[in-house]
Each structure stands twice: as C-alpha cells, then as structure tokens.
Design a protein around this ligand. Structure first.
Ligand code: GLU
Length: 476
C-alpha cells in the first residue's frame, strides 16, 4: 500500500491528468470540467441477515457524462471508499475514450468482504444495492451500465440484470442495463477472459515494435520472457495463462494475498489456480519457493511485471527497488503518482492502466451492442462465409486437378479456412483490433512529441483530447 505521505488514489489520478493536460492548450475552465467527478451517490441500506438488520454502504460515482450511458464496474471489497470509487470512475472516462468505447466514466462500490457471506446472503445484498441504484437511474441501459470488478462476476451481474427486469417489466432493452452477464442471461462469449486477453494483446502489440522493446532494454518477442504477476484473480489469471500457454512466456513469480510463489523454471498457472481454490492461498504449493512477504517479490528481477490486484502497490517506498524494465498495469492505479515519477526517471517503461486493462470494457461494449441488437454476433454471416470459402476451396481443387494435382491444400489450412467466425472469434478480433489501434494512437504521441516521455502521458493526451472535443461539440 502507498504510504501516508502520498496523495490519495483520486489525487494521484488527478496529478497524472494535470501532468498531461499541461501539455495541451485547453482553457483552464474546460480542464477543470473534465478533471472533476460530476457526482457521487452514497447509499446506506439495511438487509435482514442472520436475525438482525445489517447496514451496508455503497457508492456509484459518475465522472463524466460527455457520452451516455456512462460505464464502469461495481466492486465488492471492504476497502471500498468514496475516494477510490471516484478515482476508478475517472479512469473509466479516460479508458473508454482511449479505446473508443462510446461511454462516459462511472464506477460503483459496495463496502463489504464477499467472503463473509454465503451465496444467498450475497444475492439479497446485491439485489438490494441494485434496487437502490436502479431507482435513481444509476443502473439503466441508456444512462449507466455497470459491469464486474474486484469481488464481483457473472453471478452478481445476472442478479442485477434480473432485478432491473423485475422493476422495468416493459423495457425491451432491459438486458443492456449491465454487462459481464453469463451467456445464458444475455452475456457475450469471451467477456470473462476479456481483460486478461486484452493484457496479452497489448503486450503482443508492444513486442511488434522493436524500437519500443529496445526502450525497455529488452529484445525479441514474448517467448521466453520472465513474468511476475501480482494477483491471480480473473484478470491476472487469464493474462498469465494466455502468455504462458500461447506466447511461451515463463511465469517466474505469482504474488497472492497470503504470500508469493517463485520459480525460475516457471510456474504452472492452472495448477496454482487450482491449489488456491482448494487451499485458500498459495502457501504449500509444491515445487516452488514460498515467500511469506509477497509484496517483496514485486522487486525481483524479471522482464515483465504485471500488477493485477490492488491500487497503490508500487509506491514511493518500493519504486526504486523495482527491477522489471517493463510494467504493464493490469490493475487500475497500481503505481502511485510518486512511484511513477521515480520509475520514469529510472527509464522503466510502463504500459498504463487506462490502456492495459481496457479489454474488459471493450468487450462490455460489444455485449451492450449485442443486447441492444438482440442478436448474437455472427449469426447472419457465419454460414454464408463458410459457403463462400467452400466455393473458393472447391475451385482451387478443381484447378489443381486440371493441372494434374501438382499441388494440394493442406488439411489444416482447409479446416481453418472453411470455418466461419463465431461470436468468440469475432469478439477476439474486435478486441485485438481495439488494443492495436489504441496502442498506436498513444505510441504516435510518445514517439513524435519530445515533451511526452512516457506512454501514460501519451494515453492521457489522446483521451483528454477526445473528451474535450466531445464537450466542444456539445457547445460547452
Ligand atoms: N471493471 C472493469 C474496468 O475497470 C470493467 C468495466 C466495464 O466493463 O464496464 O475496466
């Protein structure tokens, strides 16, 4: 955690914003309008549990309504507070602008530890919180669309969607009131893995640029790169699973709540995940060194560090000790403003949160569009595409036969080529395109402006520019 002498999370995000906006020529009034959170709603509600009434505190903050609906997850954690929710809502604004998801930024939080309650209790609490937000249009398909965040997932989103449908029985677009739902409740293929997948696509795009890789003092591709991850939750787990299984990266460290695992030859991500599910933590996992003070492992030598847990984990006290030359912020705000300055000074390359973890909201956008169009992606085109591919293959094979079968199409090519894209393939393709395009928009500025030394500032410049033009178009 960041030290007491450092600014709060929201102040830290504002300082990063200020550092970037100084390089633009917006009027001070417009700067201020973009920076501030428009509104934060606090609700305290009671739920009858275990024979007594228990009061919970929840928030939904709306940072910017330059586009509506506003978008952002709902977090369940006992550390949730107004400052954090507002910081996360601002990040949502910049994230959506950067990846061109047509939303303003919002975020919600409920102050509770989900581990303290059973499933039935959590359903009661979630539905009651949703009820309070729906009543005030803070959950609504055209105004405010939540999604999962830390401590919530498909299950909670299904409860919220159902609660909204019960309260809005004639709303034909009810399902679009929340994203991250299970497939059978209006979800989309690939949403669960989306944020981790986005981290993988972001790294792949970075490693397509040898000049950028060299800036981080690295070379080559992702194959063989030593990776340390903090947090094996939904985001961290998918990111390192894909990197190790598909890109040949070696996961040399996994930091969890109860400590860390270290292995220079690489950890089996799936096996560690199962171990945590069975034992509640990483301690005792066979074949790896266990480090009780997990946060210390952030400082171990590696090629890529992926903080995928909480905010403020890299702070002024440990920033100078971080050895990784490349950090990708899978979590929101894992590096404080003070730490960011220290790391920049050291030449560490940081792929910033507003870009790195935008895969989640990108696929949420696809889910929202799917819900509004009431049709699964690919349903109309898939078989037609297959039929046309079949025609082409047939024609090529006829041609080959006419030429005495001097060449043939390999069975694996045929198999892959003949298959029309289903929803999952389309979602991945849309996500990949989004991550590549957004990276290039940041990179352009990073490389072409001498006053922009880092990707974070570049990312903010792109985002703020987009939000500013939205406001200007509205005549503000
Ligand atoms: N909670 C996720 C985030 O921080 C996803 C938000 C969404 O899908 O709307 O980006």
């Amino acid at each position: 955690m960041s030290s007491k002498s450092e600014p709060s999370f929201r102040q830290s995000v504002d300082l990063m914003f200020n550092r970037a906006v100084r390089l633009m020529d917006l009027s001070p009034g417009l700067e201020e309008k973009i920076r501030v959170c428009n509104a934060t709603y606090t609700v305290r509600f009671g739920v009858r549990l275990r024979g007594d009434i228990k009061t919970f505190t929840g928030y939904r903050s709306v940072h910017s309504e330059h586009m509506e609906p506003v978008k952002g997850g709902i977090r369940f954690a006992d550390t949730v507070n107004q400052d954090e929710v507002e910081a996360l809502a601002s990040l949502m604004t910049y994230k959506c602008a950067l990846v061109e998801a047509p939303f303003g930024g919002s975020k919600g939080g409920l102050c509770l530890n989900p581990r303290d309650y059973d499933e039935h209790e959590l359903e009661l609490i979630t539905r009651r919180f949703a009820y309070e937000l729906i009543k005030r249009d803070l959950i609504n398909p055209s105004q405010n669309v939540p999604a999962p965040d830390m401590g919530t997932g498909e299950r909670e989103m299904a409860w919220i969607a159902d609660q909204y449908a019960r309260m809005n029985t004639t709303d034909i677009n009810a399902r679009a009131c929340v994203t991250g739902k299970p497939l059978n409740a209006g979800g989309i293929a690939g949403r669960v893995e989306a944020t981790g997948r986005g981290v993988q696509y972001a790294l792949r795009e970075f490693f397509r640029e040898p000049a950028d890789v060299a800036k981080a003092g690295l070379s080559g591709k992702l194959d063989g790169k030593r990776v340390i991850v903090q947090g094996l939750g939904n985001v961290g787990y998918h990111a390192v699973k894909f990197l190790s299984e598909e890109d040949g990266s070696i996961i040399t460290g996994i930091i969890e709540r109860d400590g860390a695992l270290v292995s220079e030859t690489g950890l089996d991500v799936e096996a560690v995940r199962q171990w945590i599910a069975q034992h509640g933590g990483v301690a005792g996992f066979p074949g790896a060194e266990y480090v009780a003070d997990g946060a210390k492992v952030l400082e171990n030598a590696c090629d890529i560090l992926i903080p995928a847990a909480l905010e403020g984990v890299i702070h002024k006290e440990n920033a100078a000790n971080i050895q990784a030359p490349l950090i990708i912020e899978a979590a929101n705000g894992p590096i404080t403003f003070g730490a960011d300055e220290i790391l920049r000074e050291k030449g560490t390359v940081i792929i910033p949160d507003l870009y790195a973890n935008a895969g989640g909201v990108t696929v949420s956008y696809f889910e929202w569009v799917k819900n509004l169009s009431h049709i699964r992606f690919g349903r109309m085109q898939r078989r037609q595409e297959e039929a046309r591919n079949e025609m082409l293959v047939q024609e090529l094979e006829n041609l080959s036969a006419a030429m005495g079968n001097q060449w043939t199409l390999t069975p694996s090519f045929k198999q892959q080529f003949l298959r029309g894209a289903g929803e999952l393939e389309l979602v991945r393709s849309g996500l990949d395109d989004t991550m590549r395009t957004a990276f290039q928009s940041m990179r352009d500025i990073w490389h072409n402006r001498s006053d922009v030394p880092d990707l974070r500032t570049a990312g903010y410049l792109v985002s703020i520019g987009k939000v500013a033009s939205s406001y200007k178009a509205k005549g503000l």
